[in-house]
Design a protein. Sequence first.
Length: 94
Amino acid sequence: MKSQISRLSIEGMGCASCVAKIEKKLRGIDGVSSADINLAERTARVESLPNVLENDIIQAVADAGSYQATVMHDAADEENKHKAEQAHLQYKIK
C-alpha cells in the first residue's frame, strides 16, 4: 500500500524535550511509519498509510502538550509560515 506524506507547521515547540514528546505521540498513531521533527524550522514530516487522517495527526500533536499543528499543503503555506515567524521574531525583539 502506498504511503502519504504530511508536512506540518508546529507552534509552541522550544526544546528537544518538546520534539521527543511530539514524535512519540505521532509514532503512536496506528498507520504512521515515521515522524521526523525539525525543531529549528518548527516543522514535522509524517509518513503514514493513506487511511490515517490529517486531523488525527493534528490531534496527536495537541495531545503531546501545548502545541498547535497545521498542515502545509503547498509552497504558499510554507511561505506564509515563514512570514508569520519573521513577524513574531520582530515583535519579540521590540
